[in-house]
Design a protein. Structure first.
Length: 275
């Protein structure tokens, strides 16, 4: 069976066209059978910041919105018309020359290509790591031992801290999954955020949960060095935050089980803010 032919083109941010340097920020998939282009483009700009530093983010976001709308709203009778559109672009968002591919299902194909050639943005990675934690807790048989969808308000800073799970072991532990990619600025930012939130939680007593503590479950990119992981753990511990990694989640699972036996009552069904 012959699959319909299609073409894909990478969407790139190129701050200086004369240097021919760019970073992948999206993907366009042209389907010959549908005569149109599907588009996926990053929501955040961390890849641009990583390679090219600070930019005019408003201008970049407008440019991303513009090309998404243009490609999604146009029909291209053939690949020649798509190539002509690409050749006329002269601003900081460029498309690479189309490359042929077989298409089985356009929407599935673009998702797979996007994951491989561009990578998911911050929001999508957070959903994935949340899903990974849910899977691990479920496989370990501890889902009935934890409180779900916990939302705690810290009055002194008027901030709400939301985590997917919590459990009581003398302090109420709020479990927060965090993905640490191999980007020093993002590592420092996420470490600092968790440290500050952890310190606030540790100092405040919740009307329903009592004394609290933040527990970070870390997903470290393989490129994050051991010394950097040690820095993250040490910094969090200095702010009364416990850290476990997905690679060694056993101690956390065991603590949940022990705590469930020690606190045999069912998890509290307190409101999100304790009101």
């Amino acid at each position: 069976m012959n699959h319909p032919k299609g073409y894909y083109s990478l969407i790139q941010f190129c701050p200086d066209l004369s240097r021919l340097e760019g970073v992948n920020i999206g993907l366009a998939l042209y389907s010959l059978s549908e005569k149109r282009v599907l588009v996926q483009i990053t929501r955040d700009n961390h890849r641009i910041r990583r390679f090219f530093g600070n930019q005019d983010w408003r201008l970049i976001n407008r440019g991303k919105t513009s090309i998404r709308n243009q490609l999604a709203s146009q029909q291209f009778p053939g690949i020649e018309e798509f190539e002509a559109y690409i050749s006329k672009r002269a601003n900081f968002i460029q498309l690479t020359a189309p490359r042929a591919m077989r298409i089985t299902d356009p929407r599935t194909d673009i998702n797979e290509l996007y994951d491989r050639l561009v990578g998911r943005d911050h929001v999508e990675r957070k959903r994935r790591i949340n899903g990974d934690l849910t899977k691990r807790l479920s496989e370990a048989g501890v889902m009935d031992m934890v409180e779900k969808s916990v939302d705690v308000e810290i009055p002194e800073v008027k901030k709400s801290i939301r985590v997917p799970y919590g459990y009581q072991n003398g302090r109420f532990n709020l479990i927060s999954p965090v993905q640490f990619d191999a980007d020093p600025e993002m590592i420092i930012g996420k470490t600092g955020k968790s440290a500050i939130e952890g310190q606030l939680l540790y100092k405040n007593r919740h009307p329903a949960f009592g004394e609290m503590q933040l527990v970070v479950v870390a997903g470290f990119d393989p490129q994050v060095e051991a010394s950097t992981q040690d820095f993250v753990k040490r910094t969090l511990q200095e702010h009364n935050v416990e850290l476990y990694s997905f690679e060694n989640l056993g101690p956390l699972l065991n603590d949940i089980r022990r705590s469930a036996k020690a606190h045999s009552s069912a998890p509290q069904k307190a409101s999100a803010t304790g009101n």
